[in-house]
Design a protein around this ligand. Structure first.
Ligand code: GLA
Length: 726
């Protein structure tokens, strides 16, 4: 049993294979957090200390006891109103205007299986793989109830947390701030690791000490954002890739979020992950409930590598859904960087012909096939095929392409509308904007109010009418601007940002149900909505609009801390690269794109015969190692921000096969030799380099490493396949 309750001590203990999480109901009915970390035994309430905290708040029922303060005690779900002055998980405004609640333990239930969240993405598991703990807290005066949900995947070392906030009082209330998880640490010194960036340069690793005060990241953009990924690590200050304590918090949500890390006056550390409190004032009438998106927690005592591999397994096997979540993905070629808006049906057909000759499975017709859309200033929302531009119907084009053995995929951006579109001219109120004010534009487009069912229904109908025109096996779901001017003509204000996301999820769910065999790839100006929420619906996401192989080393490195390679959209594109102007060899571009869902983003007509031959060989190589790449354990072997080379390896679960990938980032005169040390091998086994025949002990490869060749030229890449020989 992963979850245990000890009645006499009112103690909850959650054990996973390698971790323990403990909390207790104390004498006043508060739910206190006791411990989260490496697996331990016993009752940890000896860690609680009580000293005179008279200058902090003392709850009324503590009486004269000035040592009892919610400002000093570690809590499971801290809330504003109890005398805790730190950042709290929950802020509720009551009908009388006061911001207050006082939640005490009422009861709990332990259930088989993992809870699900209606309308929200969440980790799933078979009933015998998981357990759920539900703890009911109540404010006896106001009638507010909070159900804390804990999902435990024992074998995966994963604990998920969510909460349901229900107003059972007679008056309406308003939820002003709500986090799904709080982690309170009574001791320790931590670093806060976040993944920040910008369009075309997402998820850069950033590590900073948690000091007194509050460090926060988040998004008010309506999407999880390019700027801060909704996933962080709290690490022991000494923790490294392969050693030390670290905690992950991954938010399963694609909209506004807030993550706070704070060291309080007593040196305690608190971390919160939840909905952003800006642009959010969620009213709850009597009987209404707000369900919070979940956070996936994981702890590793062996550094970031183990933490990442646990997240990879969880996301691959317990979050991604649909036919493709565990199946080989098509190698595709996308028309965007090949033709941008400048194409017709013949261009796409020729791309398909080239694809067929190269061994590429699918051609994707990107932006520009609908309405009046020859640049990015018009047409969004008019999801009618521009047959004049294509020179045929969509059905005809798809059939021609299918007939030469190539599958067909298409780009859509359902949440968007251009002011220069028929749909906007007839329904300006469907766009998110504030009446009487001129809306902020981005990429010259507005966002449709997906919190409204009528808007979603219309767009759903229009898009299905397109998808029904032929055998379309893939959709790239894009989202190219952030939300501003938050207002809805229908939805109650304060709910819009949350209900918008619920609307997007509902749309995606409907799409999945209607086209169960279709692969949906997420995208938001590249990786602007690269999060665990989207992965529940789209088992792969375009990682970045930046296809430069060298920049991708960093982007994919940051992405790998939580997200498995099988979800990372990565393509080989043309040189000089369209985002950076850099030229890198085709071989290096191939090695980098193979750390993802492999594909191409270029016009093969511009390639030489030798390059085409190389691409054929690249695809064959990818297919050969695909299983190892997509389901092997992922090991980061360098830090591309600091080291002269970027290196990573895929190791099969039985440790018998290894694919080592190395890209040199630096070249200098009289160059020094780089030794790449492997990881995750069997130390006592011997491994054979399939190409050279050289044999090495696993221990040697891990302790001393392999010397990389010194060769002329920048950005050389090496892919070395090693197999155990006993
Ligand atoms: C975004 C995507 C690109 C491409 C364009 C089309 O930028 O990330 O891949 O689809 O939109 O407009």
């Amino acid at each position: 049993m992963a979850i245990q309750f000890q009645e006499d001590n009112q103690l909850f203990t959650i054990n996973t294979r390698h971790t323990t999480y403990q909390m207790k109901v104390d004498r006043l009915g508060f739910l206190l957090h006791l411990y989260y970390g490496a697996r331990i035994s016993g009752n940890m309430d000896y860690l609680l200390t009580y000293y005179d905290r008279g200058f902090s708040g003392n709850p009324a029922d503590a009486g004269e006891d000035r040592t009892y303060s919610m400002d000093a005690l570690p809590q499971e779900y801290p809330h504003l109103g109890t005398g805790d002055y730190r950042s709290t998980a929950l802020v509720v405004r009551n009908a009388d205007g006061s911001e207050y609640c006082d939640l005490r333990y009422v009861s709990h239930e332990i259930k088989r299986g993992k809870y699900a969240l209606k309308g929200l993405p969440a980790v799933y598991a078979a009933d015998d793989e998981a357990q759920t703990l539900e703890i009911l807290l109540e404010d006896s005066v106001g009638g507010l109830q909070v159900r804390l949900l804990y999902g435990v995947l024992e074998e995966c070392d994963i604990i998920t947390r969510s909460a349901k906030i229900c107003n059972l009082g007679s008056e309406p209330i308003c939820v002003e701030k709500a986090a799904s998880v709080c982690l309170d640490f009574m001791s320790g010194d931590y670093d806060f690791i976040s993944f920040c960036g910008r369009h075309a340069m997402e998820r850069n690793f950033q590590r900073a000490r948690i000091a007194h005060g509050c460090q926060l990241i988040g998004s008010r953009r309506g999407t999880s954002s390019h700027q801060y990924n909704p996933a962080v690590i709290l690490a022991d200050r000494q923790a490294t890739e392969n050693a030390g304590s670290c905690y992950g918090m991954v938010f399963v949500y694609s909209g506004n979020f807030l993550c706070e890390a704070e060291q309080d006056q007593y040196g305690h550390t608190r971390a919160l992950m939840g909905l952003h409190s800006d642009l959010f004032h969620y009213p709850l009438e009597k009987g209404e409930t707000l369900t919070l998106p979940e956070t996936i927690l994981c702890y590793s005592a062996e550094g970031f590598g183990t933490l990442s591999r646990r997240y990879h397994q969880c996301i691959r096997e317990h979050l991604c859904r649909g036919k493709y979540s565990r199946q080989s993905r098509p190698v595709l070629i996308n028309s965007w960087e090949a033709a941008y808006f400048d194409f017709d049906g013949e261009t796409i057909y020729r791309l398909a012909e080239e694809a067929a000759a190269l061994g590429i499975d699918m051609v994707v017709m990107d932006d520009g096939w609908f309405g009046k859309r020859d640049d990015d200033n018009s047409g969004l929302g008019d999801w009618q095929v521009n047959e004049r531009k294509l020179g045929c119907t969509l059905g005809e084009l798809v059939r021609r392409i299918n007939d030469i053995g190539v599958r067909f995929g298409i780009w859509i951006e359902p949440e968007m509308v251009s002011e220069d579109s028929d749909i906007y001219r007839s329904h300006p109120e469907w766009a998110i904007q504030i009446p009487g004010r001129k809306p902020v534009r981005a990429r010259n487009q507005l966002v449709l109010d997906f919190s409204r069912k009528d808007v979603r229904d219309y767009i759903f109908g229009a898009i299905c009418a397109v998808l029904d025109q032929g055998d379309i096996s893939y959709v790239k779901w894009d989202m190219n601007r952030s939300l501003t001017d938050i207002y809805s003509a229908e939805t109650v204000q304060g709910k819009v940002t949350y209900d918008y996301m619920i609307g997007v999820y509902e749309f995606l769910e409907r799409l999945m149900q209607r086209y169960p065999d279709m692969l949906i790839e997420g995208c938001s100006g590249g990786g602007g909505r690269f999060d665990a929420g989207m992965l529940y619906y789209t088992p792969q996401i375009w990682c970045s609009d930046n296809t430069d192989a060298i920049d991708r080393l960093r982007i994919q490195y940051g992405t790998s801390f939580f997200y498995p390679v099988s979800v990372v959209g990565a393509h080989v594109s043309a040189v000089p690269n369209h985002q950076t102007g850099r030229s890198v060899s085709l071989s290096t571009r191939g090695v980098v794109a193979m750390a993802g869902t492999f594909g191409y983003e270029l016009n093969p007509e511009k390639l030489s015969a030798e390059e085409k031959e190389e691409i054929r060989a690249q695809i064959a190589r990818y297919r050969k190692y695909e299983n190892l790449i997509c389901s092997g354990a992922y090991y980061r072997l360098s830090d591309p921000f600091a080291d002269a080379y970027a290196a990573w390896a895929f190791v099969s679960p039985d440790r018998e096969q290894v694919l080592l990938n190395v890209v040199m980032q630096e070249i200098h005169g009289n160059m020094t030799v780089n030794y790449v040390r492997l990881n995750g091998l069997d130390p006592n086994a011997r491994y054979r380099d399939a190409e050279t025949g050289a044999c090495y002990y696993g221990s040697a490869l891990m302790e001393a490493g392999l010397p990389m060749p010194v060769e002329m030229g920048e950005y050389r890449a090496y892919q070395i396949y090693l197999e155990i020989i006993g």
